[in-house]
Design a protein around this ligand. Structure first.
Ligand code: F0G
Length: 458
């Protein structure tokens, strides 16, 4: 008999978690104004709000923490981090920042001006926020197939090359760069193929444009290329990473995901003028160029994390767990963005709570129901997160309305996934009776989902 699959690590340290009663959860959620971002973590049993900064570090990472060099300038920890980034991505200039959005802020401060257009594939919310707050446009050129959650295709995060070319023609002088997110978080943790990256690069060259990768989950993207794209079966993850980044001029990185640290990020590039400009902004916003908001110990852990998480076994363990949750939902018939993503399962709320009107935010309603059902905290990636159109101030209902169950790296077991799946099944079984959603009581202009206050529709 073939031996079953199992994790490529064992557990050395644990952290207790607690269940609660439905009455407690009802009270806590009311206090949190039906916004799970406002809950205390101790009120949560299984926390799938994000895979960002929530991973478990390895023994090698923890031991590297002890060797952190906290010098203000020129710390050895910076050079450890820089060496790892350069070896894995091929980028020589590395500017640390305290997290991914800080790298966006530093870089976009140099590159984006009012009226610009930044085409890409489903920009992440902070990326969109940093573009729109500069009165520029984040133009989504993701393939249309990504909007059909039931379509099972291997590279659903791809850039639509025709849409991109049309944008390059139409807005040519207003485009400071193309930004490609790998993997594509907002449309379901879906990967971008090497072929697509190559085609995108050819187009960028044709129109004389530079390319940035939003790289938070680049290693997971490389795993999908290795396991799904012809010609890459026998290439190592590190070889694939080098080829991927060969199609970009620079990268912003939230190291809280694929570098498996709790805090950290960076901007890396081979374009000296970008680095020179970003350095100045980095000093103003983040700190000196060899720490940029990071501790020496964290830069050391980042170097090791990047190295470990660009090894196949580690990625396979992680992505197989996401697939496992997907298979459980298949058993119960619960629709989610297919195929299972790299870091999360995105439940298609519009297909689960189809009696809740759009303007009562079905995915947020499902998020609320899941918390009440079992103390599980997911995250709405839908109409709330989409914010209002900056010009018309209307809600944007044209995208997907999903409940994201993001799985922290190396933290939960498959038993926890079983609990999540059954909790969702219980809601799915009584979905016909859920006809009312939530309404906005108070919201901010940008990135409203973090702080929005919601009431239940009676
Ligand atoms: N880009 C992508 C694709 C992301 O998913 C994130 C963060 C960022 C940039 C910003 O990085 O948080 O370090 O400032 N995503 C988290 C999430 C927050 O839950 O998906 P950050």
């Amino acid at each position: 008999m073939e031996l079953p699959f199992a994790e490529s690590w064992k557990i050395k340290m644990i952290e207790p978690i607690r269940k609660s009663t439905r009455e407690e959860r009802e009270q806590w959620l009311a206090e949190a104004k039906n916004n799970v971002f406002q809950l205390k973590s101790e009120q949560v049993y299984i926390d799938l709000i994000t895979d960002s900064g929530t991973g478990a570090m390895s023994d090698r990472q923890w031991s590297a923490m002890m060797l952190g060099d906290e010098s203000y300038a020129g710390a050895t920890s910076y050079y450890n981090m820089k060496e790892a980034v350069t070896r894995i991505t091929g980028f020589d200039y590395v500017l640390p920042t305290h997290q991914g959005r800080a790298a966006e802020n530093v870089l976009f401060s140099c590159l984006i001006k009012e009226g610009d257009v930044c085409p890409g594939n489903s920009h992440f919310d902070t990326t969109k926020g940093h573009i729109e707050s500069r009165k520029a446009i984040a133009l989504d050129c993701t393939i249309d197939e990504a909007k059909d959650t039931q379509l099972d295709i291997p590279f659903k995060g791809n850039v639509d090359i025709k849409k991109l070319e049309a944008a390059l023609k139409k807005y040519h002088d207003r485009i400071p760069f193309i930004i490609v997110t790998i993997t594509n978080n907002t449309s379901g943790g879906q990967p971008v193929s090497m072929e697509n990256l190559r085609e995108m690069r050819i187009l960028a060259n044709k129109y004389g444009k530079r390319v940035i990768f939003d790289s938070a989950r680049f290693a997971e993207n490389a795993y999908f290329i290795k396991t799904r794209e012809t010609g890459y079966e026998n290439r190592t993850i590190k070889e694939i990473c080098l080829e991927m980044f060969g199609y970009a001029d620079g990268m912003t990185m939230s190291a809280k995901k694929d570098a498996i640290v709790n805090m950290g990020g960076f901007f890396a590039t081979n374009v000296k003028e970008w680095y020179d400009a970003a350095k100045v902004k980095g000093i103003v916003y983040e700190g000196f160029i060899t720490y940029g908001g990071m501790n020496g110990r964290d830069m050391n852990a980042l170097a090791i994390g990047l190295d470990e998480n660009t090894e196949f076994d580690n990625l396979e363990t992680r992505i197989k767990q996401v697939e496992y949750l997907g298979r459980k939902l298949d058993e119960y018939g619960i629709p989610y963005q297919r195929p299972a993503g790299g870091h999360a399962i995105f439940v298609d709320a519009s297909k689960v709570l189809n009696h809740v009107p759009k303007d009562e935010f079905p995915a947020q309603t499902l998020t609320v129901e899941l918390y009440l059902e079992a103390g599980i905290r997911g995250c709405e990636i839908g109409y709330l997160l989409a914010d209002r159109d900056p010009n018309t101030r209307e809600n944007r209902f044209d995208g997907l309305d999903l409940l994201r169950l993001a799985i922290p790296r190396r933290v939960y077991t498959d038993n926890h996934m079983n609990v999540v799946a059954v909790a969702l099944k219980n809601i799915y079984d009584r979905r016909e009776s859920i006809t009312k959603g939530v309404k906005i009581v108070w919201e901010t202009e940008l990135l409203r989902h973090f702080t929005v206050e919601l009431g239940r529709v009676e």
